[in-house]
Design a protein around this ligand. Structure first.
Ligand SMILES: [Zn+2]
Length: 303
């Protein structure tokens, strides 16, 4: 069968998105409106993230034969801190993207401290991840997140893709502007934006029709997804992938410059792929924290 070269980027995006995008697409008919976030929702969000942090950290402690109680305590504290970071991003202020990200990174590090000897603080910026161990008094190590690089490359290979530098600077991730057709081809639905691990895509349609306030709301929503992917990698995938890499000589060499970044987002993507959009936990969190609602209004009236 003759295969047109111009199809390659779209097929690459489609494959890349199969597991990760369906739960991170913002439907076109429902841009989040203002709406403040009720205090009860904030408290519930912190509690849920504390439970998530505690559970994942305790599981790793159990696997590694380390004390589970210590893992539960630090995991819960880190989880709550990560939740607070996402809430700051959801507040959508001019510096909310970065300040929320930094609090979130601290949360990721604090949770992992529950199964480690020393505190290590991560900083995820697009496809790069720096890790700093304050006690070691050395410069941070910087590695490339392999999955994030491949997904960013796949999305950037769309003919319409170009970088939105302003939005990238706000969110701390790579933000690409793509045509609605390219994102639609990848996700199978009409969308304003979508997020893959390490990269956000916003559609031309969004730039053409949404107000600046709405665009910021969409960017905040997608940035929350970026942070969720970071947490899935740091809390679920990386500890397992690091064990895998340490098992062989090539892996050890590779592990000095690369983090795989595959297992966490893939596991969560698979576990939640059967749920409809409005019931995806990642979507519910992003909606609650940017619009004060659990999901878009039926039919969407805020466009
Ligand atoms: Zn979403």
């Amino acid at each position: 069968m003759h295969f047109r070269r111009s199809h390659v980027p779209r097929v690459a995006i489609l494959l890349a998105c199969t597991f990760t995008l369906p739960h991170a697409v913002l439907p076109a008919q429902a841009v989040p409106a203002g709406g403040s976030v009720p205090g009860s929702v904030r408290a519930q969000n912190l509690a849920l993230n504390a439970v998530l942090g505690a559970t994942t950290t305790a599981l790793h402690a159990w696997i590694a034969g380390r004390p589970v109680r210590r893992a539960l305590v630090w995991g819960a504290a880190g989880g709550a801190l990560a939740g607070a970071g996402r809430q700051i991003v959801g507040s959508r202020g001019d510096f909310a993207g970065w300040s929320g990200r930094l609090v979130h990174e601290a949360g990721l590090g604090v949770a992992r401290y529950g199964v480690a000897d020393t505190l290590e603080l991560p900083l995820h910026v697009g496809p790069l991840v720096a890790r700093w161990t304050p006690a070691r008094r050395r410069l941070p190590s910087v590695r490339v997140n392999l999955a994030n690089v491949l997904l960013t490359a796949a999305l950037a290979s769309a003919p319409s893709a170009r970088v939105d530098w302003g939005a990238s600077a706000w969110s701390g991730g790579v933000v690409l502007r793509v045509s609605s057709e390219d994102l639609g081809a990848a996700s199978g639905e009409e969308a304003w934006g979508g997020t893959l691990p390490g990269v956000i895509a916003l559609t031309d349609d969004l730039y053409a029709t949404a107000t600046a306030r709405q665009r910021r709301a969409v960017l905040a929503h997608e940035t929350i997804h970026l942070l969720q992917f970071d947490a899935q990698h740091d809390w679920i995938g990386r500890p397992l992938e690091a064990r895998l890499l340490r098992a062989g000589r090539i892996g050890r060499g590779l592990g000095r410059v690369v983090e795989l970044g595959i297992a966490g987002p893939l596991a969560v993507g698979l576990a939640t792929s059967g749920l409809p959009y409005e019931r995806q936990p990642a979507e519910r969190e992003a909606w609650w924290l940017t619009s004060g609602r659990a999901a878009p209004r039926p039919g969407g009236t805020t466009r």
